[in-house]
Ligand binder design. Structure first.
Ligand code: NAD
Ligand code: UDP
Length: 343
């Protein structure tokens, strides 16, 4: 593996949950960082916190990835070596209600980005894909060649982008593309200064648990305890967001070696149930998490966890942090910022 060369990286969606943690890792590795974000699901305060954590500065461009003129200007004014593309919409339920908005931002937005990259001859791209592209798989753990089959517009928008990028690479093999399929990102930076800050009622388990712990919500609804799992609740592969961000640095090094297209699962390979996640959070926070079991959530798989060996082998990356550490870091962030960035 080559050492990091200093690069100028465009981070779309860099003010968001995963993007802000990515910016910390990039700045700490010595790279120059440009963030493009429309702040539709984030706050510029996350970027201010990134600068405080790293004692380094980044450039922020407020704008939409679908704005071709803006993209052309950003690429003309900066010599961008690579793009980490996090910008997008990610709520499954919302994607069912507003599919066209999801296809517009996630698919059309990415096509606009690729067009601008092509025009600027910037051909290195890391794309935020998701384990949701596997739908409800029949075998565990999930390998990269497990059949895909998304079951909602969000997942299909990710699959369509993956397909478009594969076709692009086929047509022009000088591209360097990594499709990173994230499992369940949780956790926060150890400083407690950046973390996940959902706008509304959290859809995901971990932010919901932490809002119960801090007293913002009364109790967690556990979506089903009659799955074919050891305790009947859903099992997922939770991965610390800092590990996830570091996986992107490894992906950039991998793309440095040669033009290629690589597909990688980013997960730990360990599955934990909802009840195990609750227990781990209680241990980390010293709080009791009130919960009640309700019906299953439509479209949920019983079990999902990664086979992370391909990323270990080809990217020289593996997740380091365990579930206890993920919960400790979420709790530190939540305790310091009970109302997220609006505090
Ligand atoms: P996030 O919502 O916190 O971050 C996304 C960022 O993109 C936000 O800052 C938002 O303001 C910005 N954005 C949205 N639409 C935009 C547009 N049209 N133009 C410019 N900026 C725009 O989400 P996240 O959890 O950090 O996720 C980042 C990426 O990872 C997304 O593509 C998501 O689909 C993917 N992903 C997330 C998860 C997860 O559980 N968090 C899992 C798998 C994949
Ligand atoms: N879950 C739950 N209550 C919630 C949110 C999630 O019981 O309020 C369960 C969900 O059914 C799944 C697990 O927690 O088994 C992880 O859900 P999340 O939405 O965080 O991730 P995803 O389903 O996208 O993997």
């Amino acid at each position: 593996m080559p050492q990091d060369k200093i690069k100028t990286i465009l981070v779309t969606g860099g003010a968001g949950y995963i993007g802000s943690h990515m910016c910390v890792e990039l700045l700490q590795a010595g790279h120059n960082v440009l963030v493009l974000d429309d702040l539709s699901n984030s706050s510029e305060k996350s970027l201010q916190a990134v600068e405080r954590i790293t004692q380094k500065s980044l450039s922020f461009i407020l704008g939409d990835i679908r704005d071709s003129e803006l993209l052309a200007r950003v690429f003309a004014e900066n010599k961008i070596d690579a793009v980490l593309h996090f910008a997008g919409l990610k709520a499954v339920g919302e994607s069912v209600a507003e599919p066209i908005r999801y296809y517009d931002v996630n698919l059309n937005g990415t096509l606009k980005l690729i067009e601008a990259m092509t025009n600027a001859d910037c051909k290195t791209l890391v794309f935020s894909s998701s384990a949701t592209v596997y739908g409800i798989p029949e075998t565990m753990p999930i390998e990269e060649n497990t059949a895909t089959g998304a079951i909602n517009p969000y997942g299909r928008s990710k699959l369509m982008v993956e397909q478009a990028l594969m076709d692009l690479h086929e047509s022009d093999p000088s591209w360097r593309i990594a499709l990173l399929r994230y499992f369940n990102p949780v956790g926060a930076h150890a400083s407690g200064e950046i973390g996940e800050d959902p706008n509304d009622v959290p859809n995901n388990l971990m932010p919901f648990i932490s809002q119960v712990a801090v007293g913002r919500r009364e109790k967690l609804s556990v979506f089903g305890d009659d799955y074919d799992t050891p305790d009947g609740t859903g099992v997922r592969d939770y991965i610390h967001v800092v590990d996830l961000a570091r996986g992107h640095l490894k992906a950039l090094q991998y793309l440095d070696e040669a033009p290629t297209l690589g597909v990688f699962n980013l997960g730990t390979g360990n599955g934990y149930s909802v009840l195990e996640a609750i227990k781990a959070f209680e241990a980390a926070s010293g709080k009791t998490i009130a919960y009640e079991v309700v019906d299953r959530r439509a479209g949920d798989a019983a079990v999902s966890f990664a086979d992370p060996q391909k990323a270990q082998r080809e990217l020289d990356w593996r997740a380091e942090y365990d579930l206890a550490r993920m919960c400790e870091d979420v709790w530190r962030w939540q305790k310091k910022h009970p109302n997220g960035f609006s505090d």
